[in-house]
Write a protein that binds this ligand. Structure first.
Ligand code: ADP
Length: 365
């Protein structure tokens, strides 16, 4: 790093030190809450605030203050501060009402992303969530696709609305053994479509912070399609245990996967793996036709050095189950595709444990 950037970094570090750590009362840097502080030629500064898991909610304001402090340094143009939770997850008993709020009691938050729409991201997210549940994990699914929420259809929740508790927290809707929330539960899809950036972001924050998720082993986030700033802004607020990228085997998808990898690089979230959807179609005589090409996503994962989690073929039963609001993995656990989803969930779970090392402090499922 050249001298100018080193100086900029030091100046930011000094400013961060002026913010007291809520736990120790000392400066954020002295308290070892700041990691990965970087500055680049374009004046972009990024760092991570490492909060203790049991007090992560108190650090949301700290992260905001740290972001503002860094932005005030001359020469800094943009700031990205990511909040991560470290330490054992709090006990599952709900001692205080506030402890059940937000994602404070979630063991691992996993984002499911795709570079573009129509590759089956939501289909995969819903069935993967059911697969985690089938493995015995307490699982939540948060449909963050504010522009085209699909959870109400895929989960068959119909006109059901989440209840609001006395403390103004929303109760997630239980469906197919999952705790679920979607902007589609709160407003009709057509109104969600016209939301712009800031509004969409604040809706997403509410669905993370003001929903009584309670104790969960894993919470899957079904992101809006794309790997741009919108997705990044949503992810800034969430301490991720990892990300899953859904793609089709097409050559074109290779660039898409790379964009996804680049996005998660910025959030410092480990890539748990790539899932290749619509990998092939099997005709009744057992012959496989590779409609979208063969193994593209798998090759890209290998080239990029990230894990490959598995393939999901095109299957009419999967499409029908989506349309019917009864996820295949929950409704037909013996279906071969359900077994595939469970194997993918197992692999993702193992990667959460493996890739969050060597920081065994991070709570994992
Ligand atoms: P995305 O979330 O990426 O926009 P969706 O999950 O909404 O995509 O899927 C788009 C359409 O493709 C849906 O109608 C869904 O039922 C169908 N679909 C997705 N994956 C498969 C698959 N493996 N086999 C058959 N249909 C699929």
């Amino acid at each position: 790093m050249n001298n100018r950037l080193a100086l900029l970094r030091d100046q930011v570090s000094e400013r961060l030190e002026t913010i007291p750590d809520p736990v120790s009362g000392k400066g954020l840097v002295t308290s070892e809450r700041v990691s990965g502080l970087e500055a680049d030629e374009a004046g972009k500064v990024s760092f991570t605030i490492e909060a203790p898991a049991e007090a992560v909610e108190r650090y949301v304001a700290v992260r905001d203050a740290a972001e503002a402090a860094a932005r005030a340094v001359r020469g800094v143009k943009t700031v990205m501060a990511v909040l991560t939770a470290h330490g054992a997850a709090p006990a599952t008993s709900m001692k205080m009402q506030s402890a059940s709020a937000g994602i404070g009691q979630v063991g691992a938050v996993i984002a499911v992303a795709s570079a573009k729409g129509g590759v089956g991201k939501s289909t995969v997210a819903v069935n993967l969530a059911c697969a985690f549940a089938a493995l015995g994990l307490k699982t939540g699914l948060l449909d963050l696709d504010v522009y085209g929420p699909s959870a109400p259809t895929l989960l068959g929740t119909g006109a059901r609305k989440p209840a609001m508790r006395a403390d103004k927290m929303l109760e997630p809707l239980e469906a197919h053994g999952l705790k679920t929330m979607s902007i589609g539960y709160l407003v009709d899809a057509a109104s969600a479509m016209i939301w712009r950036g800031a509004m969409a972001t604040s809706a997403v924050r509410q669905m993370i912070d003001e929903v009584a998720w309670g104790p969960l082993d894993v919470l899957l986030l079904d992101l809006p399609p794309g790997t741009g700033d919108v997705q990044l802004t949503l992810l800034q607020r969430v301490p991720l245990a990892g990300a899953v990228i859904v793609s089709t085997p097409q050559e074109m998808a290779l660039a898409d996967v790379r964009r996804g990898l680049a996005m998660f690089d910025k959030t410092h979230a480990p890539i748990l793996g790539v899932i290749e959807n619509m990998a092939w179609f099997e005709t009744p005589d057992g012959k496989r036709t590779h409609i979208f090409g063969e193994g593209g996503a798998q090759r890209t994962a290998a080239q990029a050095g990230v894990p490959f989690l598995g393939e999901i073929p095109i299957d009419v039963a999967l499409r029908e189950s989506c349309d019917a609001g009864t996820p295949l993995v929950a409704a037909q656990p013996k279906h071969p595709l359900s077994a595939r989803f469970r194997a993918i969930a197992e692999a993702a779970r193992a990667n959460v444990a493996r890739l969050n090392k060597p920081a065994p402090k991070i709570s994992i499922i």
